[in-house]
Write a protein that binds this ligand. Structure first.
Ligand code: HEM
Length: 149
């Protein structure tokens, strides 16, 4: 059981670490020429890395929930403090997944072409949303741990 939690934590570090790094890159790399040199190369590698981390997070998280017996009450609509917090965490995860799909769709579609204003807005908005929601998800994950122990 511990190795699943371990896998979940490593994937969370990779996923959140990646999003913090790209957030920093977005702020620090302002030069248009450098952006055009860096993003088309780093973008797809980062994209697959992040998609793999998110996939591992979803699988391992579901596995932990199943093994700890919280998956069934979660789906049955039961209410207890821990189930309610986990449910809130999962709603936020769902928003993250949707924002990720939107972000990646635009990223791959426009990797080597010019973006429209709307595409820019959705791309930047979704990455900002993912960045902040990740911090909230970790807050809820720690809250669950505090109740368990
Ligand atoms: C963006 C996606 C996710 C992130 C960043 C994330 C993050 C984390 C972190 C950091 C922990 C460790 C908390 C601790 O031990 O203090 C954790 C635990 C856990 N996560 Fe996730 N998680 C994600 C998705 C999911 C999903 C999709 C599920 C279930 C379907 C899930 C279920 C759980 C469960 C059951 C625990 C164990 C609670 C415990 O024993 O501490 N997570 N998660």
């Amino acid at each position: 059981m511990n190795w699943i939690l371990y896998t979940h934590l490593i994937a969370a570090m990779a996923w959140i670490g990646g999003s913090i790094f790209m957030f920093a890159l977005g702020i620090l790399l302002r030069d248009k020429e450098k952006q055009q040199a860096v993003y088309p190369v780093v973008g797809p590698i980062f994209g697959y890395f992040e998609l793999a981390s998110l996939f591992v997070l979803l699988i391992s998280g579901t596995w932990i929930a199943y093994n700890t017996g919280v998956l069934t009450p979660l789906l049955d609509g039961n209410h207890s403090k821990i189930i309610d917090i986990l449910r809130t965490k999962l709603w936020i995860v769902l928003v993250i997944v949707i924002a990720t799909i939107a972000h990646f769709y635009i990223a791959f579609k426009t990797n080597t072409t010019q973006r429209s204003k709307l595409e820019n807005l959705v791309s930047r908005g979704s990455s900002l949303l993912i960045f902040f929601l990740n911090l909230v998800v970790v807050y809820y994950a720690i809250l669950i741990r505090t109740i368990i122990t």
